[in-house]
Ligand binder design. Structure first.
Ligand SMILES: [Cu+2]
Length: 146
């Protein structure tokens, strides 16, 4: 009985370990992510965010990405969003405040970014948003660190 319990809990533990070091999210032809909140496990040396654009609009006209910052830095980072900086940069300059940033993707494309989640603190507040110009107002949410 005890042995069976041990095996079951080991299985549960390893599958949650596997699941916990990545997350999948998507968006489409609306100003919306499919998730309201992200959860990142701060024990993961490599935490990967997989992001897919499931719509049809081109990256240049209605692309999306996922950017993570400390909530206290959001105003500063969003104020630097500039169409002139181009799609490649996510319309953002290089900034130490940017913790993670995927590429901008258009309909049918996907991308990912991997970060060392051990740098994130459970005592700080984080959020995610899309840095395509004009999108962050609707495309944002909190990131929970566990
Ligand atoms: Cu967007």
């Amino acid at each position: 009985m005890f042995k069976n319990f041990m095996i079951l809990s080991l299985l549960a533990f390893s599958s949650s370990l596997y699941a916990a070091c990545s997350l999948e999210m998507s968006s489409g032809d609306l100003l919306k992510f499919n998730k309201r909140t992200l959860t990142i496990d701060s024990t993961c040396a490599k935490f990967t965010i997989y992001f897919k654009h499931e719509g049809e609009m081109a990256a240049k006209t209605f692309g999306h990405n996922v950017v993570i910052v400390e909530t206290k830095n959001f105003d500063k980072v969003k104020s630097k969003i500039d169409m002139k900086l181009g799609e490649e940069s996510g319309y953002l300059p290089d900034m130490s405040e940017i913790i993670a940033k995927t590429a901008i993707v258009g309909g049918g494309s996907d991308t990912s970014v991997t970060i060392d989640a051990r740098n994130l603190s459970r005592d700080s507040e984080y959020m995610f948003f899309c840095s395509f110009p004009g999108h962050y107002g609707a495309m944002q949410g909190p990131v929970k660190i566990i």
